[in-house]
Design a protein around this ligand. Structure first.
Ligand code: AMP
Length: 286
């Protein structure tokens, strides 16, 4: 039976003295991607906590905070089905007391200013600040994050290390639909025509992956292949396309071991991100 908490003190009271807590932080509108993180937690934690909070601190005023899908009843149903013990769904007042927080977590610029950080300045301050709050509120042993948001994952791993946060971060593979498209709550924004186009994003990354498996290590040549493929789909407007080190997020000229090929595109008004790990060592992709 999933229990819903909306108040920090009540949640804390319930969790005191519990052991082996797993936390899956989410913004709700749950899909199979979130459920795959929940499943990982269920396999190793005694208490599975899913937080659902649309964090306005990580949205710029021009972004989709108001429009972001909110469907708590359906999320609760999915959590119940998935064997989640606790859903923590606070409102804005509970988390921010209706004011801008005075203490913010500033991730290092080398991690936060490239990739998504370029078109979303301040986004990762909002992410890091709310994640620290959620970690302090829930005090989990493990917290689960999707590789889908690879930059977020790298920033959180760095933060946990730098601040000695007593939690193990578990990276989880990207869940995709049958066409290869990375699942995302924002996929709900796409109309029928856009849904037909969207799988081309992953298909473009696969072109580079195939070339990489066939021995191509030069980043510029791999990126050119992706660009040429995307030229067939002008509806996809590139925000960025880069090959970076998966941990330092610094651009790589050539790939010796592992690299992250990351993309962000606009499809109509919707901004979509995806990535693929270019590696010959499959253990790192999990
Ligand atoms: P969100 O609700 O979009 O903030 O995502 C909550 C968590 O789920 C984050 O750690 C995401 O990286 C992860 N996530 C979202 N979509 C996917 C996906 N398709 N596969 C794996 N993890 C995902």
């Amino acid at each position: 039976m999933t229990q819903l908490f909306t108040k920090i003190t009540e949640l804390r009271e319930f969790l005191t003295d519990r052991k082996q807590i797993g936390l899956i932080p989410t913004m709700g509108a749950l899909h199979q991607g979130h459920l795959s993180l929940i499943e990982r937690s269920r396999q190793q934690d005694q208490v599975v906590v899913v937080s659902i909070f649309v964090n306005k601190l990580q949205f710029a005023p021009t972004e989709d905070f108001q429009q972001y899908p909110r469907q708590l009843n359906q999320d609760l149903y999915l959590c119940e089905e998935a064997g989640v013990d606790i859903v923590f769904a606070p409102d804005d007042q509970e988390i921010w007391q209706d004011r801008q927080p005075k203490t913010l977590i500033q991730p290092p610029s080398f991690l936060s200013e490239g990739l998504c950080g370029r078109s979303r300045p301040g986004h990762f301050i909002g992410v890091a600040t709310v994640v620290v709050k959620l970690l302090n509120i829930v005090q989990p042993d493990r917290a689960y994050f999707g590789q889908k948001d690879a930059q977020q994952l790298a920033i959180i791993q760095q933060m946990v290390k730098d601040l000695n946060l007593p939690v193990e971060i578990i990276p989880c593979a990207i869940a995709r639909d049958i066409e290869g498209m990375a699942l995302s709550s924002r996929n709900q924004y796409l109309n029928a025509a856009e849904k037909l186009i969207a799988p081309q994003i992953y298909a473009s990354l696969e072109v580079a992956q195939t070339a990489f498996f066939n021995g191509e290590q030069n980043s510029d040549r791999l990126l050119d292949l992706v660009q040429s493929y995307l030229a067939n789909t002008p509806q996809l407007k590139l925000d960025y396309l880069q090959i970076v080190d998966p941990h330092s997020l610094q651009p790589l000229k050539s790939i010796s071991e592992n690299a992250l090929l990351a993309i962000a595109v606009y499809l109509g008004k919707t901004r979509l991100i995806d990535n693929i790990l270019l590696t010959h060592n499959f253990r790192v992709s999990q």
